[in-house]
Write a protein of this length. Structure first.
Length: 377
């Protein structure tokens, strides 16, 4: 049996960590991998891991350069004789790589986005570009492509795509939110957008699209996320007759319930994302969806059949897509059904488990990285 130690943090909201957590549980349940998890022991997923028969080590590095953490991880790897050490965040990666030096364990890192990694940046050699890393599991092909271009001093095949799949059952009991607090008129066509306040989300283009809609179109945009009502964003709407049709809802713990209550959803991302989570969730909820064609959305659907897919940084295209959904109830129903069927077939937890199991099988058949078992740091 393959023995793997995962180091990750599950001290976050349940839905945020669920895809990764269920991937580890599914991998353990194959019977081919003994999955132990080093994480905060008080978290909800730590309890789920224990209930699944997995060994939980109540520890997570407190900082990126943590000598005590390096010693603890190293001693754990030696004592429990792991074949694979899988590191899922920067604190785990930097300390885990140091801990594994001169040990026979295979080191795997996880990369979930495309930006901020360059072969000429020395700081990246502390993480994914470090020669001690044997494999990098990438959330999407777009992430793999970036890493392939930057691992110029290494043999090919180190980055490999392993999607974090979801399961349709997770969304079956999502309640429909009460939208009365937003005072939508009865005829309102409500489009949700869940985003954080980051440039990659393309919110200015989405707001510009709202200004391009006909003044008599009852299309309303519900923006869900903290910090989106910036001065720059408000200035885009300042002179628009549709200014009142944009509602900044702020951060909401019931974001999925709000998305379910709206008629459609939209994502205007312009770069950087790998498999945007908000788009995945909307598709699993069966909502007709508009999203931009960026590397991270490749393979998420079929243009015009499962979603309306438009170019990034194209406000007129976003506006046309929103107007098309408003005018065509039949199109909305077709996209919602087809989008759900596609995503629930192609982005499943079961698929993720198969992909990660294949990575581990390949690693344990390779020659060990280093047979030394020196216990020093």
């Amino acid at each position: 049996m393959i023995k793997a130690l995962m180091i990750s943090s599950y001290n976050d909201v349940f839905n945020a960590v669920r895809p990764e957590g269920e991937l580890l549980i599914g991998l353990h349940r194959t019977g081919e991998v003994q999955v132990d998890v080093m994480t905060q022991g008080h978290t909800e997923y730590a309890q789920r891991f224990r209930a699944a028969g997995m060994y939980v080590i109540d520890f997570h590095p407190g900082k990126k350069f943590d000598t005590a953490a390096v010693r603890f991880i190293r001693q754990t790897v030696i004592e429990r004789q792991y074949h694979i050490l899988h590191l899922f965040n920067n604190k785990a990666i930097i300390n885990g790589i140091r801990a594994a030096w001169h040990l026979p364990v295979k080191v795997v890192t996880y990369r979930g986005y495309t930006g901020n990694i360059h072969w000429w940046d020395p700081t990246n050699y502390l993480t994914h570009l470090n020669p001690r890393v044997d494999k990098i599991t990438c959330l999407a092909d777009s992430v793999k492509e970036v890493l392939d271009k930057n691992l110029i001093f290494r043999k090919p095949g180190i980055p490999i795509t392993v999607n974090k799949g979801h399961h349709a059952d997770w969304y079956a009991n999502i309640q429909t939110a009460d939208l009365s607090e937003f005072h939508f008129p009865p005829e309102a066509f409500k489009i949700s957008c869940v985003a954080n306040a980051r440039r990659m989300k393309g919110i200015p283009y989405l707001l510009q699209a709202m200004t391009l809609l006909p003044p008599d179109a009852p299309i309303y945009l519900l923006l869900i996320g903290k910090g989106l009502d910036t001065k720059a964003h408000l200035n885009i709407l300042k002179n628009s007759t549709n200014k009142a049709n944009v509602i900044f809802a702020g951060f909401r713990t019931n974001a999925l319930e709000l998305v379910k209550a709206c008629d459609a959803t939209i994502s205007a991302s312009i770069f950087g994302e790998a498999t945007p989570k908000a788009v995945l969730e909307a598709l699993f909820l069966g909502k007709p969806t508009i999203y931009t064609r960026i590397p991270g959305t490749n393979g998420m659907g079929v243009p015009g059949e499962t979603a309306l897919i438009v170019p990034p940084r194209d406000a007129p295209a976003l506006a046309r897509a929103m107007e098309e959904l408003w005018k065509n109830p039949g199109k909305r129903e077709q996209l919602g059904n087809a989008g759900f069927q596609y995503i629930s077939t192609h982005f499943t937890t079961e698929r993720s488990v198969r992909e990660l199991l294949a990575v581990y099988r390949g690693l344990v058949t390779e020659r060990p990285t280093d047979q030394a078992t020196d216990k020093t740091t």
